[in-house]
Design a protein around this ligand. Structure first.
Ligand code: ATP
Ligand code: MN
Length: 320
């Protein structure tokens, strides 16, 4: 491997780039570098940090034991947003999942927002991504500039699952989530506004208030008069996404938030492109089925197979 330079692929992926430590590491001859040089860069940056380097410690991290790895992980992950005057603090852990933790942040006044949510992917998230082949089928690797990544080296690394390959893979999912969410937000979909992303982290509008995050649909019961309109609203979003060639791929009452009488769809890393993924139809049908199952609890009668056809056939008619 000629050069272990991830910046080619994801230019914003280097929290520590400007630090002296990073420059020292780079100028050192490759064969003198510590270890085999193949540590995940996310972990490498975390290990490099000690308290003396932390010029900014958000209040959530300050409350953690200095030796707790989450402390350094949080600080390193959100530092770019602090430097860019997007956030001023991380106040609490909203939810810790298998793949990612979501934290509530105080927004910088310049953003015009009060709270932001930071979604931090775990370095090892891919181990937990179930059945990801179905989502990857037909995907095209794209770099930060949106251009397809073609390098033989990258493809080989992905196939051989080297650490570099795994890194590209993780960055692909996160990049995918951010860019899709941006497009959908711009198209008027009910999704949290994405604000920025850096490395393993996506910063977006926080749905909820200072007392806590919005509940997911799975956590609440709907009132009779809001059930049908909200069901329609979810379907309208599914349709809007499909018009942009996207299928959520993991839609369910767990990935829909409820706030102020409205619904907001979240969690897009596994989003698939309807034009390229051979499992597109089956994923669409599964999404719609899960939505129907939830709303059926509150009396909505709908046939998911028919609803899927009603969306899919006109879509295919327009595009093929
Ligand atoms: P899980 O494995 O629990 O599904 P995940 O890794 O898939 O987690 P998300 O579903 O995106 O990640 O987010 C996890 C949880 O964090 C959500 O269920 C929701 O409660 C909360 N959350 C995510 N994004 C936001 C947001 N923008 N505003 C408020 N809360 C959010
Ligand atoms: Mn989720």
């Amino acid at each position: 491997m000629s050069k272990y330079d991830f910046d080619d692929l994801y230019s914003d992926y280097d929290y520590e780039d400007r630090s002296r430590a990073a420059r020292r590491q780079r100028s050192r001859p490759k064969n003198k570098r510590k270890g085999n040089g193949r540590t995940s860069p996310i972990m490498a940056n975390i290990h490099k940090m000690d308290d003396s380097q932390e010029s900014w410690v958000p209040s959530y991290a300050a409350a953690l034991d200095p030796l707790h790895h989450e402390r350094h992980w949080v600080i390193a992950s959100v530092a770019p947003f602090y430097r860019d005057s997007l956030i001023t603090d991380v106040t609490r852990l909203v939810k810790g999942g298998k793949e990612a933790n979501v934290y509530a942040c105080a927004a910088h006044p310049a953003t015009g927002m009060a709270l932001l949510a930071a979604k931090l992917y775990r370095p090892r998230m891919l181990r937990h991504l179930k059945n990801d082949a179905i989502y990857k089928a037909g995907r095209q690797l794209r770099g930060e500039d949106g251009k397809q990544i073609k390098g033989r080296r990258v493809k080989l690394a992905l196939r051989k699952k080297t650490n570099f390959g795994k890194h590209v893979d993780i960055m692909w999912w996160i990049n995918n989530e951010y860019s899709v969410q941006k497009k959908l937000y711009a198209a008027g979909a009910d999704v949290p506004e994405p604000i920025a992303h850096a490395g393993n982290t996506i910063l977006m509008d926080f749905i909820g208030d200072e007392y806590g995050p919005a509940p997911t649909l799975s956590e609440i019961s709907l009132e009779p008069d809001e059930t049908q309109p909200l069901f329609q609203r979810v379907l309208d979003n599914v349709q809007l996404m499909l018009n942009h060639h996207y299928i959520h791929g993991d839609l369910s009452a767990y990935n829909i938030l409820y706030w102020d009488g409205d619904i907001i769809l979240i969690d897009f890393p596994q989003m698939v492109e309807a034009r390229h993924n051979p499992h597109a139809f089956e994923l669409l049908q599964r999404d719609i089925t899960r939505v129907c199952e939830y709303f059926a609890r509150f009396g909505v009668k709908a046939d998911p197979v028919e609803l899927t056809q009603d969306l899919w056939q006109p879509y295919m008619g327009r595009n093929y």
